[in-house]
Ligand binder design. Sequence first.
Ligand SMILES: Cc1cc2nc3c(=O)[nH]c(=O)nc-3n(C[C@H](O)[C@H](O)[C@H](O)COP(=O)(O)OP(=O)(O)OC[C@H]3O[C@@H](n4cnc5c(N)ncnc54)[C@H](O)[C@@H]3O)c2cc1C
Length: 482
Amino acid sequence: MLIDLEKDGVQKITSSVCVVGAGAAGISMALQFESMGIKTTVLEGGGLTYPKPGTHDLYDGELADKYYPLAASRLRYLGGSTNHWGGWSRQLDDFDFMSKPYFDVSGWPIKKSELQPYYQKAAEICEINNFKASHDGTLKQQVNDGVLSWQDDLFENKFFVFSPPTRFGQKYLGDLKAANHVTTFLNANATELILEKNKVIGVHAQTLSGDQISVQAQVVIVAMGGLENARFLLNQRNEHNQFGVGNQNDLVGRYFMDHPGFRPIDLMLPTGMNYRRHAFKGLPVMPVISMTEDALLEHQLNNFCILLNQKKDDANLPSNYGQNPWLKGSEKYGTYQAQFIFEPSPCRDSRVMLSQKKDQLGWPKLKLDWRFNDRDFRSVERVIELLTQSLGQYHQGRVNWHKQFTLEHIAEIGGGMHHGGTTLMSAEESQGVVDSNCAVYGCQGLYVAGNSVFPNIGFSNPTVTIIALALRLCDHLQEQLV
Ligand SMILES: Cc1cc2nc3c(=O)[nH]c(=O)nc-3n(C[C@H](O)[C@H](O)[C@H](O)COP(=O)(O)OP(=O)(O)OC[C@H]3O[C@@H](n4cnc5c(N)ncnc54)[C@H](O)[C@@H]3O)c2cc1C
């Protein structure tokens, strides 16, 4: 059932689960609870279409030093940010789950194999038809045209696949309307957890015009996106939680991570390289250059990938470049701009905080201070050195390194708009906000869904992993609730 709180005032509702936020995570969980027959209330802050200015303004905030598009990188209506996502999809690598001694916060407290059963279902929800092929070696074996064949055991080709992209609000509207066990409220902005000491028993929500609803629930799942999850927990300050719920160790909001993208090098390679999105057997794929897990560990590197874009203006490359006897790949060479997407290592001072300014509902806005560790740039430099050696040694091409990035250049570095790492998952309460089942430490009945729980984010876009983890949470809760 779907109810617009602005039109149909409902003051109180009781359910087993309350999911706050109807984006990729929230809608996937709502449909899963429906299939499990678990009575669920979904509170969605926006309506059915692009939000009115007042609603979208709730996503505005303050920035510390580095620019970040706080409002433009999120959408506050049914379907959340899937209303403008690009559909790029890829599992995290085993490497991303591993403990790496050279990261401050390192590895996940769960193994990738625990998520594996949920990834395929997540791919189906996102309507990705070649997901399995992207990680079972099929694409790696079969996509040979337009990619480098690596001769050493350092570099390898990895693959993104694509959702159409599925707009969750449109695609699953009918299912939400038809649901028997799930009631979704629109224009219902969650403002406050209802707590009994350190146990959650519900959520208050309200419209911008002041209509209110209280949801009583055994379990509350916060699924409001990576920035808002942290802001919401920080805003829950009371006598038992002086600094916000789950924040007893000053960790809520810390370790904010996004995927930085920048272009420090050009590659001179044979023409026809196809490290771009293209159709393979009728389905979209995108090969990227990356490294083997062993090489990443041996050289103590952050995970990364490189996309190539052939430059139209090749004035700097002599037409007889390919006749260089050292180059054995082709007669014709071109210059490719190489775009790095790399995994940031978790940085404690990169964080979401509360601003002094308040939103229209009277709650402190968020303030974002996005930072990096210097080691991330050293890691990129080492990758470039190794790539230069590898391409040279095997006569494949050359690297033109035109810009060395340092912390001073962070203003020039953009993000993927993937808001990770503000409510980290850890096996130790002292080091995380949620445990390995996404339960908030110190607050019984409260859970977090979304990439805010990712301790390491790899280089893969997050949505399929967000959904896989959310589906795993549903299974975990089913044992308690049915
Ligand atoms: C331009 C762009 C392109 C992207 N491209 C890709 C891509 O190619 N691949 C990929 O994997 N990811 C991509 N992403 C990221 C992707 O959109 C997110 O990973 C995904 O939407 C996160 O899902 P979520 O459910 O955690 O949060 P969201 O989708 O952000 O959903 C959160 C929901 O919570 C609601 N909400 C917020 N606050 C409240 C409140 N107080 N009360 C009630 N409801 C609330 C919001 O209205 C929203 O519906 C992209 C993002 C952007 C901005």
